[in-house]
Design a binder for this molecule. Structure first.
Ligand code: NAP
Length: 324
């Protein structure tokens, strides 16, 4: 399917890779960007001139309905969220409002305008939270451990209810951590890639880390947006778990990143217990079998290649004094 695709959160990491994928496939791509976030459009870099930006407040039901009516999209990808999980403790209500509210308003708009638009909801492995089984599939019970996970779970159920009650074509992608050189610096993979590059160049000396034993299922964002698109091309709307199925510890991450610049991480990394997260995960790992069999999807970029790309990009950015 091609046509018009609307994306909320287009200015984020996934928004960039998804826009690039959809443009390659011949879609018209329109980003729904709130008035106060227009400044973020520059983050789209080389794609900024190739997508259309529609200015709209995501909290305004009427305005969103108008956007959907006017643009008549074939597909909507709802990616907007305050995605840095620890920050959700500071604003649980704001997180819930944006995450669940935007999903509900967009699904309602599709239904009220009477379109057959296909809808993708950016769900998260954080909805599994305190897991009782590993790996996790769409059959695994949900027990979120933080306000972000709770908000994503509320949005997930809202989407399921709309699909079952109103027959909408809506899918939830339960995505595990996915990274890229476009990951914002507060996320651990990027914090580490930036530090390795910066220490290599002699611009900093030490890296402070929390729990080195925490383990994550990390994949490449470019692979994960392909899964989003595949979900909306299916015969039936279903939910999918998307991840690599492999766990790596934070220590693996640090060792791999520093090895990319020929440094021994143990000389530079210090543990700071104040950075240890109380909602840390150790067994959050995907069972992506359903995506492999039904969507013919599998990750293409390995953990080592992903980290190498991130470190090399940060090295180049620092050397050219580009914005990091
Ligand atoms: P990201 O880089 O943080 O991008 C988030 C997007 O949401 C940006 O466009 C951001 O706008 C926008 N946004 C943030 N707060 C907003 C607000 N209050 N009002 C309106 N827009 C707001 O996140 P991502 O990595 O691309 O992730 C995309 C989606 O997938 C998110 O929903 C995230 O929760 C979910 N997800 C991500 C991962 C992952 O590992 N990356 C895993 C599972 C699920 P600005 O650019 O202006 O900040």
């Amino acid at each position: 399917m091609t046509g018009t695709a609307l994306i909320t959160g287009i200015t984020g990491q996934d928004g960039y890779y998804l826009s690039r994928l959809l443009l390659e496939k011949g879609y018209r791509v329109v980003g729904l960007v709130p008035p106060e976030r227009q400044g973020s459009v520059v983050k789209l870099g080389d794609l900024a001139d190739r997508v259309d930006i529609y200015t709209v407040d995501l909290r305004d039901s009427q305005a969103l309905r108008q956007a959907v009516e006017q643009l008549q999209p074939q597909e909507i990808y709802n990616l907007a969220a305050p995605s840095f999980v620890p920050a959700s403790w500071d604003d649980p209500l704001g997180t819930l409002d944006l995450v669940t509210g935007t999903a509900t308003r967009l699904l309602t708009a599709i239904r009220e305008v009477g379109l057959s638009t296909r809808f993708y909801q950016a769900s998260s492995s954080e909805i599994f939270g305190q897991v009782q089984e590993s790996p996790q599939s769409v059959e695994t019970p949900f027990r979120p451990k933080n306000p972000y996970g709770a908000a994503k779970l509320h949005a997930h159920w809202t989407m399921v209810h709309q699909r079952e009650h109103h027959g909408l074509f809506a899918c939830s992608g339960i995505l595990y951590n996915h990274e890229s050189p476009r990951r914002p610096p507060q996320f651990v993979t990027r914090k580490v890639s930036l530090a390795a590059a910066s220490i290599k160049l002699g611009r900093s000396q030490k890296l402070q880390m929390g729990n080195l034993s925490a383990r994550r299922d990390w994949g490449y964002a470019g692979d994960y947006v392909d899964a989003m698109w595949r979900m909306l091309q299916g015969d039936t709307p279903e939910d999918y778990v998307i991840g690599t199925g492999q766990l790596h510890s934070v220590e693996d991450l640090v060792a791999t990143a520093f090895a990319c610049v020929d440094l021994d991480w143990q000389q530079y990394v210090e543990v700071d217990t104040t950075l240890v997260r109380r909602d840390e995960h150790f067994q959050l790992v995907a069972d992506p079998t359903k995506a492999k069999t039904q969507l013919n999807w599998q990750p293409q970029v390995s953990f080592d290649v992903l980290i190498e790309r991130m470190v090399q990009t940060d090295l180049a950015r620092l050397q050219s004094d580009a914005e990091v």
